[in-house]
Design a protein around this ligand. Structure first.
Ligand code: PLP
Length: 406
């Protein structure tokens, strides 16, 4: 039963709960609430459901219960399960090639939580936060809850344009202001797909030092590289304690385990941890995930790379065959997404309706821009969830819809 109330909560709500979150003028599906559920799910970045290691997770659960029993079932440490913190260190060494200490690691409820903790640490209402434009819609929504002035900086094939970034930082300084943080998705940027070059990473670090700000490096997909050479992480390159780096098990194990982490200079870990009032993040599942990953991480990541490489290649092939040169199609070296600049003259609203009729979902471009008022000429497709057959059929149908959406 719904509790019907006439109480006005206005005077009770916190300043943050009352923040006016600008709602972008987004295209809406004309088919409305009664539209049939999509068959071709190219919207959210959901991991491939067939890739989940069901049996191995059952075995890991059994092992945890036998070895740790009650330890796994009581409240956990505020910094997270020590075994998982150690695993993050080993994983960083193996995939990123640099050493960190356990004291640099704080375990969180997925990397979304880690990103929110970075805001708790640094962002007051009215502060400036710089993001890439476009950037991940989920983080934009997290940022908006903290009430900053969001400023977007554009990108090219090497990632964030550091010249434009410096001009922005300079202009802020001229007005007696500065950015509290610069948010960047370094590998296979979500949604735009490029990987930030080493040159740009070095420039970004020196700008953070020069303009006395922090960098928030989000690397949700780093292990899922299908082509090209890895570039060293900003956290690994940084010599001045200017970088916070977030990571997650969502993409290499399962989003449902809700486990991620933030790497930070040791001085900042206790400060971040004071915002964790959760009784220890998922002590039980942290152990299951850790036991599983200790045995299987490398081989599982290899399997995932093979699955997603094939999905990426299949979607790209169909898009190129269907759209030719009429659209700009990203070519990411990893991750889950393809970013498309639609052919000149495409009507975004009409496209959304035609896609819904064909039971295709995708995310319209404006969701990824800080102001939500640009990017109508782009869409983001995820190739991670759909099967290969769904990718083939759905992409062909989508190309037809794009050609018809004039
Ligand atoms: C770039 C990026 N960062 C962070 C996240 C958050 O993931 P999670 O909270 O599941 O770790 C996602 C999820 O799609 C993402 O794409």
């Amino acid at each position: 039963m719904d509790v019907v109330t006439t109480t006005s909560y206005d005077s009770l709500l916190s300043r943050r709960a009352k923040l006016e979150i600008p709602s972008p003028r987004l295209p809406r599906s004309a088919s409305g609430a009664n539209a049939p559920a999509p068959l071709y799910m190219f919207g959210g970045g959901f991991p491939d459901p067939g890739s989940f290691p069901y049996q191995e997770l059952v075995e890991a659960t059994e092992e945890v219960m036998q070895k740790e029993g009650a330890q796994a079932l009581i409240y956990g440490h505020q910094l997270g399960y020590q075994g998982l913190r150690e695993l993050v260190c080993e994983k960083t060494k193996y995939y990123e090639g640099f050493e960190i200490a356990v004291d640099n690691v704080l375990i969180t409820n997925g990397s979304s939580h880690a990103l929110a903790l970075a805001c708790d640490l640094l962002v007051d209402v009215g502060d400036v936060v710089i993001t890439e434009a476009p950037t991940f819609s989920g983080t934009l929504n997290t940022f908006r809850r903290y009430g900053p002035e969001l400023v977007g900086v554009s990108m090219d094939q090497e990632g964030i344009r550091t010249e434009e970034l410096e001009a922005t930082l300079k202009e802020l300084a001229r007005r007696g202001r500065r950015a509290k943080l610069i948010y960047t998705i370094v590998n296979f940027q979500n949604p735009a797909g490029m990987t930030q070059s080493l040159r740009r990473r070095m420039e970004l670090l020196s700008l953070a030092e020069k303009y006395d700000t922090m960098i928030l490096e989000d690397d949700a997909y780093g292990e899922l590289r299908y082509s090209g050479e890895p570039v060293k992480s900003l956290f690994g390159l940084d010599e001045n304690g200017r970088v916070l780096r977030t990571g997650t098990l969502s993409k290499i194990l399962a989003a449902g385990v809700r486990l991620g982490w933030i790497l930070a200079p040791t001085a900042l870990i206790p400060k971040l941890a004071q915002f964790k009032t959760d009784g220890g993040t998922n002590p039980y599942v942290s152990r299951v995930a850790t036991y599983y990953l200790r045995k299987h991480m490398h081989e599982h990541v290899e399997e995932l790379r093979a699955i997603y490489r094939q999905k990426r290649d299949t979607m790209l092939e169909r898009l190129r065959a269907g759209l030719g040169d009429s659209a700009e199609i990203s070519n990411p070296d990893g991750g889950f997404f393809i970013w498309i600049r639609l052919p000149e003259g495409t009507n975004p609203q009409k496209l959304l309706s035609l896609a819904a009729e064909r039971r295709i979902s995708y995310v319209p471009g404006p969701y990824f821009f800080p102001g939500g008022d640009t990017g109508f000429d782009h869409i983001r497709l995820a190739f991670s969830w759909a099967s290969l057959d769904e990718i083939r059929q759905g992409t062909d149908l989508l190309c037809d819809a794009i050609k018809a959406a004039r």
